[in-house]
Write a protein that binds this ligand. Structure first.
Ligand code: C5P
Length: 237
């Protein structure tokens, strides 16, 4: 990554009014926004497509289904003009290849989810008994890079392992960013500077901005930390 990291604002809000209010307050400070299923369902595809005039829209649908169904979903998404969409690497090689074949002229970008950042060791053992989280993480990241996905979504704490197997073949997209320690559902978190220093290219931030009494000030702080992390990363090279 040559130009430095970018912040993606996760629009995890209840409805369109809240989303539009937030965008009117801070939309000029970000180039990328992430829209999840909730806003897609309340606003509809046309509303999401209308955002693409001003922002690079990352639709976080985390597709995970049989190859033919994922292919159909990606074909439908091509018409919306979005920048990127997520698919679960756990869906396997054929599912990812179908998604790649289904898009037109390399759009949208396809980002593969390795393991949700809300899963800690205990949560992992419940859903994947007998398998090691670190091995699974590396296997999934490596497979996604081999198949040709454009990016890997992973926890900040997973970045060293992910970078080890993907090298510079894909960008990394990193949620679980926190400015201070907090007690929510994220389990494997880091500060913005640390996440960038460890190889994060796009940092996805929701609640630290959405719940801040001063969202503009919080974005400024996150960007400053990202810049500091980027300086360290360049120096480390
Ligand atoms: O509020 P917070 O900063 O935790 O938001 C993180 C965002 O990143 C959420 O929208 C969540 O759905 C998303 N995400 C994640 N872990 C992944 C992939 C996406 O937290 N592995």
């Amino acid at each position: 990554m040559k130009d430095g990291p970018s912040l993606i604002l996760a629009l995890d809000l209840k409805n369109l009014d809240e989303a539009e209010t937030l965008l009117s307050r801070v939309g000029d400070m970000v180039g990328h926004i992430k829209v999840g299923p909730r806003l897609l369902l309340s606003g509809g595809p046309r509303w999401v497509a209308s955002l693409t005039d001003k922002w690079k829209v990352f639709l976080d649908l985390k597709l995970h289904d049989i190859p033919n169904t994922v292919k159909g979903a990606v074909e439908a998404l091509c018409e919306m003009g979005i920048w990127a969409v997520t698919i679960h690497i756990a869906g396997g090689r054929d599912m990812m290849s179908s998604a790649i074949e289904a898009r037109s002229s390399g759009n949208p970008l396809l980002f593969g989810v390795t393991i949700l950042t809300s899963l800690d060791g205990t949560g992992w053992r419940t859903v994947s008994p007998g398998s090691r989280m670190d091995e699974c993480l590396k296997a999934r990241a490596s497979l996604a890079a081999d198949v040709g996905l454009d990016g890997i979504v992973c926890a900040p704490t997973d970045l060293p392992s992910v970078r080890e197997v993907i090298g510079s073949r894909c960008v990394t997209v990193v949620p679980g960013i926190r400015l201070a320690s907090c007690l929510d559902d994220q389990r494997r978190t880091s500060h913005p500077s640390e996440a960038v220093r460890m190889g994060g290219d796009f940092l996805v931030v929701g609640r630290p901005i959405l719940e801040s009494p001063d969202p503009r000030g919080t974005i400024d702080r996150i960007k400053e930390e990202m810049e500091a992390g980027w300086c360290c990363r360049k120096a480390d090279l």
